[in-house]
Design a protein around this ligand. Structure first.
Ligand SMILES: [Zn+2]
Ligand SMILES: [Zn+2]
Length: 109
């Protein structure tokens, strides 16, 4: 699934480790999925009502938008996928607003 240029640009704001996880997930899910949020400045995080301890502030969280079936599949994959020996998997996998406007998958690695 080719990645939209804007999605690739957002991924560049992440730590290398988190970016590689996000790229792996986008590749493995096998259905269209967009990157809607990665790094947030403290100001942006406040504007969107993010937690003051959000992984988005530390370049370690990604929000993905897709249809509900795809988001649920991606959440299962996020728990399962590893980058190699020593990778312990995600810190957070959260399906947010599922079935409602703004539904997305939040994953922190
Ligand atoms: Zn890892
Ligand atoms: Zn998030």
């Amino acid at each position: 699934m080719p990645m939209a240029p804007s999605d690739a640009a957002r991924l560049l704001l992440l730590t290398h480790h988190t970016r590689h996880h996000a790229e792996q997930l986008l590749s493995e899910v096998g259905a269209p999925m967009r990157v809607t949020s990665t790094y947030r400045t403290p100001r942006r995080n406040r504007e969107v009502g993010g937690s003051p301890t959000s992984f988005h502030l530390r370049r370690r969280a990604v929000d993905f938008a897709a249809d509900q079936w795809t988001l649920e599949k991606a959440a299962r994959l996020a728990w399962q996928l590893r980058l190699g020996a020593g990778c312990t998997g995600p810190e957070e996998v959260l399906l947010e607003n599922l079935g409602r406007a703004g539904q997305h998958l939040h994953v922190a690695w």
